[in-house]
Write a protein that binds this ligand. Structure first.
Ligand SMILES: [Zn+2]
Length: 823
């Protein structure tokens, strides 16, 4: 179906204004369909003109414009032409709509724990017409009056406060003006925890089978919610504008969360049913405060068109970390940002799909989705930090507040935002924004100890003159010997203090991680890492070093074995849970399986398992470090007796007794090594027949290394149209992690045939994930690269699949080059 183009959106918003949306949904029509009635009141600037309304129903029952029927047979490509508009118009539509399984539109899931059904709306980015007829573009905002009919035992939550007027019949308070993509309804027998803060009613909701976990986790979530609300009220000086504030943890959600005004939706794996590491609670807190930042930036003021989506995300990404540091217990949130978020952004920067933070012309709505990546979030946030270093925090906040006030309940653009910043700071930001926002690529920053010079090299493909403000630190024997603030505006900058302290063990450029750059560590520093890294007293600097190591490995400058050895030596002594978790994930998920030849996997896994055992032995039982160590050991261990004992529930580390999620990590390792079979996996499933358990089982079954299991998993992945988005991801996650190359090799060609074909029934948002997870990057051979390249050259891929192939191919190329360079 064609996606709305920028030009069409421009013409339509010049022609019409939407005054009010009335939406009535009947969710009590069985598991496949729901009924949708819409009444749109809108004006037209040129009476007599035509436009079109967006609607993507199973069946369009009727449409009436100003009392006269519109021929429903004219529905084509999700649009109905509306002719001869009056100055004031009323459009009424009745349709039968389909629930989705791919997380877009109105998603419906059954919880196997109790066979209860749950529904949630995710209308981002252009799924609104799958729920109700509308003019689906971000700058046609209108107040919504929503009513819902649902089975009588269900709870209904949405953007406006919901009241049950008769059993099963709900009226939601009319909202302030909203963009179509922010409208949501969540309905089902959700369990709830309610509270109130500063006059704002708060609700947290999750599936009934998660009630116990919800009640255990809610106090921490509410604490962060309240702290964030206070912080934003103080910072922006504008009250939270959308009435009640509900946070609904929904099943099979594609993203982390979605900032629907008054009704934020989250993936429900955030309601930890088992043990949670501190950095996972940090990540959840960060998401809570990220979504709340959007209430002002994104929801109150919305971008005019999708090409400014980055501004929403960069701002919320920056603001969430700032809020965690300043208003919650997570004062190390920037460390987490370095290893979890910026590492993601640098990876995006290394692939050919990289793009400038801003100014990518989203010619249609769908193409904007492709820029929704580590560049828009992490690099954009880093650029905002550099902007603050450039103009000062006071000017930044004054500019933000002015922008929010000026465009409240309306729309803004990058030009509006920069204009507000220029007025607040009295500075011309033209060249700053050209270098930082409108040019792709990361500069390489390094230090020459002998000359004391800091060099900055812009990537050849994207020449730029980016000013950087950051610091360089030196460490010796676990002591910070110096820390020098540096402002770099040329390719070589001599810093006298550096020359004076050239003999230290480690020199870390960008030690405080204030800027966005590829940090190239000098050879003496790399050499000293295995012995000296763990002693660096500053977690932020250690995080920068780890990310530099990963960058070095991926760019073919550092032997992956150096990272494995540094991990073996430094990881058991690491103190930051974010660093522990992310470095283990990167090593186990990418560096070992793809950069090292198959013959060295056992050695490297043994190194990881040994490091994990050491940390487990030295950590307080039940602590976050012990948990991260146990999980890392469960993923890497080749100790069959230990794994079987843990799977059976004996000899488990403290706090992991009865932890189903931990058991699935163990079972996945057992399955991948062929030390259990389908019967064994199903026996574990019978003890945990839940949504999570079924996903764990699918991953384990797909990981079984024999050809029959691989054939089954591939069939389920690529042909079973009833599989949900999460089930597809689970199958893809397990498929490539095990089995010899001779078993996996035939599926390289199959990927390029079978996965693109799935777009016939899987939406783009879900496809982006499954096509990435299913990419055959584990078969690190030139033939995989040529099959991939051939597919790209043939064209005919959807934007999401194409992006997955481009990025997967880029990672494959990195692994191939590294293997060739370091034999
Ligand atoms: Zn966001």
């Amino acid at each position: 179906m064609p996606s709305l183009t920028r030009h069409e959106a421009q013409l339509r918003s010049e022609l019409i204004s939407v005054n009010r949306m009335e939406v009535d949904l009947d969710l009590d029509r069985g598991a496949d369909h729901f009924h949708s009635q819409t009444r749109i009141t809108f004006t037209c600037a040129r009476p007599g003109a035509s436009t079109f309304v967006d609607v993507k129903p199973v069946e369009l029952r009727s449409m009436v414009l100003n009392g006269r029927p519109v021929d429903v047979a004219t529905l084509a490509d999700g649009r109905v032409e509306l002719t001869d508009l009056a100055a004031e118009n009323v459009l009424e539509a009745q349709a039968v709509m389909g629930y989705s399984r791919d997380g877009q539109g109105l998603h419906r899931a059954t919880d196997p724990a109790d066979n209860q059904d749950y529904v949630y709306g995710h209308l981002f980015l252009d799924a609104g017409p799958r729920v109700f007829a509308c003019f689906d573009q971000p700058d046609l905002k209108a107040p919504y009056a929503v009513s819902v009919t649902a089975p009588p035992a269900w709870l209904v939550v949405g953007n406006g406060a919901a009241t049950q007027v008769t059993p099963g019949r709900w009226e939601l308070a009319e909202t302030r003006p909203l963009a179509t993509y922010f409208v949501t309804v969540c309905a089902g027998p959700y369990a709830s925890v309610r509270d109130e803060h500063d006059g704002v009613p708060l609700g947290i909701h999750a599936r009934a089978s998660l009630r116990e976990a919800l009640e255990r986790e809610a106090p921490q979530m509410l604490e962060v919610t309240k702290a964030s609300l206070d912080y934003y009220h103080g910072l922006f000086g504008i009250r939270y504008p959308f009435g009640e504030y509900h946070q609904v943890f929904v099943p099979e959600f594609n993203a982390g969360a979605m900032e629907n005004p008054g009704c934020v939706t989250f993936r429900d794996t955030y309601v930890f049913r088992g043990a949670a590491a501190r950095d996972e609670v940090l990540a959840r807190s960060n998401t809570i405060t990220h979504e709340m930042a959007h209430m002002w930036f994104g929801d109150l003021v919305t971008m005019r068109w999708w090409d400014d989506l980055w501004l929403n995300e960069s701002f919320a990404e920056y603001m969430a970390h700032r809020t965690c540091v300043e208003a919650t217990e997570f004062t190390d949130a920037w460390v987490d940002s370095t290893v979890a978020r910026k590492a993601w952004g640098y990876a995006a920067e290394r692939t050919p799909s990289t793009h400038p933070v801003a100014g990518s012309p989203a010619l249609d709505a769908q193409s904007a989705l492709q820029d929704f990546d580590g560049i828009s979030y992490a690099k954009g946030a880093a650029a905002l930090r550099q902007l603050i270093a450039h103009i000062g925090d006071e000017a930044f906040i004054a500019g933000v507040t002015a922008y929010l006030r000026e465009h409240s309940f309306a729309n803004g653009t990058l030009a509006d935002f920069l204009g507000a910043m220029e007025r607040a700071s009295g500075r011309d930001l033209t060249s700053w924004s050209r270098a930082w926002l409108l040019t792709a690529g990361a500069d390489v920053i390094s230090v020459d100890r002998s000359t004391g010079s800091v060099s900055r090299i812009a990537p050849q493909a994207f020449p730029a003159d980016r000013p950087h403000t950051f610091d360089v630190a030196g460490y010796d024997g676990g002591v910070e010997r110096f820390r020098v603030p540096v402002t770099v505006t040329a390719d070589h900058t001599v810093v006298e203090a550096l020359r004076a302290a050239a003999d230290v063990e480690l020199v870390v450029p960008n030690a405080g991680d204030l800027t966005w750059a590829t940090v190239l560590l000098d050879p003496l520093t790399v050499e000293a890492l295995p012995t000296a890294l763990a002693a660096v007293p500053d977690a932020q600097a250690r995080a920068v070093v780890w990310v530099a190591l990963v960058d070095g490995v991926c760019l073919g400058q550092t032997d992956p074995r150096v990272m494995v050895r540094a991990f073996g030596a430094a990881w058991p002594q690491e103190d930051s849970d974010s660093v522990l978790n992310r470095t283990a994930a990167t090593l186990l998920g990418r560096v070992i399986p793809t950069f090292l030849p198959e013959s060295e996997h056992d050695w490297a896994l043994e190194m990881v398992a040994h490091a994990a055992s050491r940390l487990l032995a030295s950590s307080a039982p039940g602590s976050t470090h012990a948990l991260l160590a146990a999980r890392t050991l469960a993923r890497s261990s080749a100790d069959e007796a230990l794994l079987h004992a843990w799977a059976d529930g004996t000899g488990l580390p403290a706090g992991l007794e009865g932890d189903s999620d931990f058991r699935w990590i163990v079972v996945r390792n057992l399955a991948g090594r062929g030390w259990t079979d389908r019967v064994g996996v199903e026996a574990v499933l019978s003890r945990d027949d839940t949504l999570q358990g079924r996903l764990g089982a699918l991953t384990a079954l797909a990981a079984l290394p024999d050809p029959e299991s691989k054939a089954w998993a591939w069939r389920e992945l690529t042909t079973n149209r009833h599989r949900s988005n999460y089930e597809l991801n689970a199958l893809a996650q397990g498929f490539w992690v095990s089995g010899g190359l001779e078993v996996l090799r035939p599926y390289v060609a199959r990927y390029f045939e079978d996965v693109p074909a799935m777009t016939a029934w899987v939406g783009e948002d879900a496809m982006a994930r499954v096509a990435t997870l299913a990419y055959p990057g584990r078969v690190v051979e030139p033939e995989t690269l040529s099959a991939s390249q051939g597919t790209l050259e043939r064209g005919e891929l959807t934007a999401a699949v194409r992006r997955a192939v481009v990025d997967g191919q880029s990672e494959l190329r990195e692994a191939l080059s590294s293997r060739a360079a370091f034999r």
